[in-house]
Design a protein. Sequence first.
Length: 434
Amino acid sequence: MKAVIAKRVDSGAPDTSEIRDLARAAGYEVVDEVTQSRTADAALQLGEGKAEELADRVAETGATTVVFDNRLGPYQTYNLGRLLPDGVEVIDRFTLILEIFGQRAQTRKAQLQVELAELRYELPRVEAKTSLAKRDEHPGFMGLGEYDESREQDIKDQISRIRDELERIERTEEQRRERRRDSGFDLVALAGYTNAGKSTLLRRLADDLDVEANEDLHPDLDPTAESEDQLFTTLGTTTRRADIDPRDVLVTDTVGFISDLPHWLVESFKSTLDSVYRADLVLLVVDVSEDVDEIHEKLVTCHDTLYERNEAPIVTVLNKIDAVDEDELAEKRDALSALAPNPVAVSAREGTNVDELLDRVDRELPDWERERLVLPMTDDTMSLVSWIHDNANVEDVTYGDEDVLVSFEARPAVISQARSRASELRTTAATESA
């Protein structure tokens, strides 16, 4: 599929690098681009002369699609379609993003979120058609086709249904997270913009163990995450166990942020971000090879999104240090210090400073507590001792004639569960001896 990129900005030089990457991620071959610096034209987005130039470029290249980096209204889309050669599709930035999401959605949750985003995108357009058609007592909207008043209510009903199903999935996933915590796992989430290297970092942090093989996991919890130089390789979440002795740590790679996403689109995917909001620690991954002003802008957006609901500590990870020299890295550290105090600089691809990052993760996660339990010698005691070995760092086990003394350190949740099970053992032993 051949595509021509189009972009208008109010002033300055238009940057088409990201929209080109998005188009390629959707499977398009970008064959040309048309840009303009001027105020938006209400009818065509571009000026009339530039729109005619766009039509000529499309005809010359044989492109089948025009991808606008601007948001297009229904009227603009219709007018551009009339100007372009027959059969050429006109899509805007957000339609393209939804197209990519649709291609990458593998799980039921991801598919629902894509459907929700598409409906939220369509709803105001249907409302506009209905409103204007009623006002003008005309069965169509400026030649855009027949409107159906029932379609507006149908979309609202579908949105409500999808929200209900997503809430049920979220409750199930929250129960899974709590089971993992009760089993002694610390939960770490990778966040950041797409293409910052989160999936590569996950593969670098992960050890060779599968994630709780006996658990009913979503199919997106694969043994490894994809690691490719393209946008949106991770749409769902991928969880792996990280090797941070003596802790048991699960690291989750989540969907990447992208610039200029409208609120309705972020809201559609907020349940994916629950993996970030409910984590014990967030690693905010940044591509340090990018321009410092762009990094700064992305950090601001990430902080606005994360701090809205997140209570866990956030550690900024300056990734891809193999692509910058030491002086540039030092300058960027200094320039970003207000937003990224005490970051960890790594190269996920090369493995540089990953051990330093693991040490930082260990320090930032909730402190473990020490416990010393005296267990009665019963038939079920060894089962509890084995469970403590699996979920804690056992320092000593002393076997007596009538009891077992276990000294260990673990997460507070594990200690609480061990105490409860020890209490049950003591109650059972007392009942049997009475």
